[in-house]
Structures are given as structure tokens and as C-alpha cells.
Design a protein around this ligand. Structure first.
Ligand SMILES: *[C@@H]1O[C@H](CO)[C@@H](O)[C@H](O)[C@H]1NC(C)=O
Ligand SMILES: *[C@@H]1O[C@H](CO)[C@@H](O)[C@H](O)[C@H]1NC(C)=O
Ligand SMILES: *[C@@H]1O[C@H](CO)[C@@H](O)[C@H](O)[C@H]1NC(C)=O
Length: 189
């Protein structure tokens, strides 16, 4: 039953994301301020970002990423790649801290099952149009990167986490976006 509910939630997310993508253009400046928030159960923590070229990179890729954390889990991540990119290899949430070398704080795709070891998509993904990745995750997935959910949420709330999509041409990241957490960025009743 639980997994069925997760699948349903995922489906709702996918439908919403398609809706978000299809919305008419014209209020770009507003979009810059607040990303389009995904639908989420009441009381859930929600974060979102728009993905665009990493500093000094040129790309035809773009996209969105969402995190939805209902209290008690299971948590969900959703990433939609748009435009066009070649040999996409992996995507993570990173901590924006150059001194610490911007370490990974959560794997988005492919799923990682060993502590602290990034895994490459095999084969890598070349797409035109769109490609989506969605997964359920929990404290264990955060623990793989040497931290815990409370630390993760503190970083999320302070705007110190970003989504990074890696490719063969740009192994350090081709498109990125800083995650913004929807106020109040804490679990409600
Ligand atoms: C981008 O390129 C400029 C000019 O070469 C350089 O000063 C800057 O440090 C680069 N930024 C990054 C993030 O690599
Ligand atoms: C960034 O990481 C370094 C090294 O781990 C740490 O000393 C520093 O406190 C971190 N910066 C912030 C803002 O937490
Ligand atoms: C986290 O999810 C994995 C499956 O992805 C599951 O095996 C594990 O039991 C979960 N851990 C917790 C603490 O819920």
C-alpha cells in the first residue's frame, strides 16, 4: 500500500511538472524570485530550483528540480531535464562550500547504494526534449555523504544547497540551480 501511495504521489508530481513546464511565458522576473513550487502534502518541506548553465559553461540544457519531504518520509526528489544535453552522467545535491570542495549531500540519479561513492549512469544519457528522474530517499541516503537530515535541512533553509547535473563534457557540472526552500522550511502539523 505504501509503495502504491508513493507511486501515486510521484505521478501527481510528474503531472504537475508537465503543467508547470507548459505555463505561458511572460513573467520571467517573477520566476527568478520564486521557483514554481510542486504540489505537496500539507506540512511537508518543499524546495525547488530552475537549472541553467553552470558558470562559464555553454549548454542547451535546462530544467527543474524539486525536493518534497513529508514529515516522517518517504522523501521524494524529482528532476526534469529540458532542452538538449549529451552524455549526462549523474546529478546530486551539493553543499555550496568551496573550502570543503562543494561536497555531495544527496544523490539524485543514479541512485547510490554505497557510502560516499558517486556512481555514473551506465550508459550515460543523451536526450533532446526532456528526461525525468524521480526517486524516493531517506536518512540513509543522506548518511551516505557523512551527514544527517537535520544538517541537510539547516543547509537547505540557508540556501546553501544546489543541484548539479554532470556530463561527460562538463564533469564538474553542466547545469545547476540553487535550491530555494519554501517558507517556513520546517515541518508543520
Ligand atoms: C569564469 O571565467 C572568468 C574569466 O575567465 C574567471 O575570472 C572566473 O573565475 C570563471 N568562473 C568560474 C566559476 O570558473
Ligand atoms: C565550509 O567547509 C569548511 C571545511 O570543511 C568549514 O571549515 C567551514 O566552516 C564551512 N563553511 C561554512 C559556511 O559552514
Ligand atoms: C531507506 O530506504 C531504503 C530503500 O531505498 C530502505 O532499504 C531503508 O530501510 C530505508 N531506511 C530508513 C531508515 O527508512
Amino acid at each position: 500500500m505504501a509503495s502504491r501511495r508513493v507511486a501515486l504521489a510521484a505521478l501527481v508530481l510528474v503531472v504537475l511538472c508537465i503543467g508547470a513546464h507548459a505555463k505561458p511565458k511572460g513573467d520571467k522576473s517573477k520566476d527568478k524570485k520564486d521557483p514554481k513550487w510542486p504540489d505537496a502534502p500539507s506540512g511537508a518541506i518543499v524546495a525547488a530550483t530552475e537549472l541553467s548553465a553552470a558558470p562559464n559553461k555553454t549548454t542547451s540544457g535546462k530544467g527543474y528540480a524539486y525536493l518534497v519531504l513529508p514529515k516522517g518520509g518517504p522523501y521524494q526528489s524529482y528532476i526534469m531535464l529540458g532542452g538538449e544535453m549529451k552524455s549526462v552522467s549523474m546529478a546530486h545535491v551539493h553543499w555550496m562550500n568551496a573550502t570543503a570542495k562543494n561536497p555531495i549531500r544527496l544523490g539524485l540519479f543514479p541512485s547510490v547504494t554505497a557510502a560516499g561513492t558517486p556512481v555514473l549512469l551506465n550508459p550515460p544519457l543523451s536526450y533532446k526534449g526532456s528526461a525525468t528522474f524521480q526517486r524516493a530517499w531517506n536518512e540513509t541516503d543522506i548518511g551516505y555523504w557523512g551527514t544527517d537530515i537535520n544538517t541537510f535541512l539547516t543547509l537547505l533553509k540557508s540556501g546553501a544547497l544546489y543541484v548539479n547535473v554532470h556530463t561527460a563534457a562538463n564533469p564538474g557540472g553542466e547545469i545547476q540551480g540553487t535550491l530555494k526552500c519554501k517558507s517556513p522550511c520546517m515541518w508543520g502539523m
